[in-house]
Design a protein around this ligand. Structure first.
Ligand code: 13P
Length: 251
């Protein structure tokens, strides 16, 4: 049985003080949740949120990291720096990184391998654009992003990986994929994982859905057999929306 995994990607929101106050609110509601709960503040708020969540069950995530450990990489943040702050999870391959900042599958793969080598858990994001969906390329796009993103990842390391399916057209638009649509792509993802690794490895993997997840659609999404969690953007920024998502009622 896969444990539900609800994660908040705060993107470029909240100062350190705002983030720490919010994290303290989340902690009082969600500490020792039966589900896995993670928040990914911006880099500048990681330390403050780490302090606010210290000793709680809520995981601390980062939204990105450099593909290199150290060196002349102006403006980048190293896996070693993230670990130093108590980060245990890193989101890689987010569509905003792919499409706004030009990250390629090769770069994402290098980041995935480096994060795993250093013992971080990875949320690897995949998902098609509207254009790709309309052209009938959904399966091809997610399968190829998975295959390239996971290249060099061993079966043992796969246990440190969660996949997030985030259709680009559903992010921040209010257009959620229907639970049926999302579940059918999750099924494709699980089948690809089975082909790349094994059926038992694929069956054990958590696959999150992301894209306009809200308190009123989370239960319907989570009721689907292949949807194991959510990666939440906009609705993760306020206690009144993230807490009910993270405490959704299981059907
Ligand atoms: P929204 O929930 O705002 O659509 O964002 C989803 C997302 O990109 C999470 O990583």
């Amino acid at each position: 049985m896969r444990k539900p995994y609800l994660a908040g990607n705060w993107k470029m929101h909240k100062t350190a003080a705002e983030a720490a106050a919010f994290a303290a609110e989340l902690r009082s509601a969600l500490d020792r949740s039966p589900y896995t709960v993670m928040v990914a503040p911006p880099f500048t708020a990681l330390q403050a949120v780490a302090e606010a969540l210290s000793g709680s069950s809520i995981l601390l995530g980062a939204q990105n990291m450099c593909s290199e450990e150290s060196g002349a990489h102006t403006g980048e943040v190293s896996v070693l720096m993230l670990k130093d702050l108590g980060v245990s999870v890193v989101i890689l391959g987010h569509s905003e990184r792919r499409h706004t900042y030009g990250e390629t599958d090769e770069l994402i793969s290098a980041k995935v391998q480096l994060a795993l080598k250093h013992g971080l858990n990875v949320i690897l994001c995949v998902g098609e654009t509207l254009e790709e969906r309309e052209a009938g390329h959904v399966n091809h796009v997610v399968e190829s992003q998975l295959e390239l993103g996971l290249s060099g990842v061993s079966a043992a390391q796969l246990q440190q990986v969660v996949i997030a399916y985030e259709p680009v057209w559903a992010i921040g638009t209010g257009k959620t994929a229907t639970p049926e649509d999302a579940d059918s792509v999750h099924e494709v993802i699980r089948a690809k994982l089975a082909a790349l690794y094994s059926k038992s490895a694929a069956d054990a993997m958590v696959i999150q859905y992301g894209g306009s997840v809200k308190p009123d659609n989370i239960a319907g999404l989570m009721a689907k057999p292949n949807i194991d969690g959510a990666l939440v953007g906009g609705a993760s920024l306020k206690p009144e929306s993230f807490i009910p998502i993270a405490q959704f009622d299981r059907a």
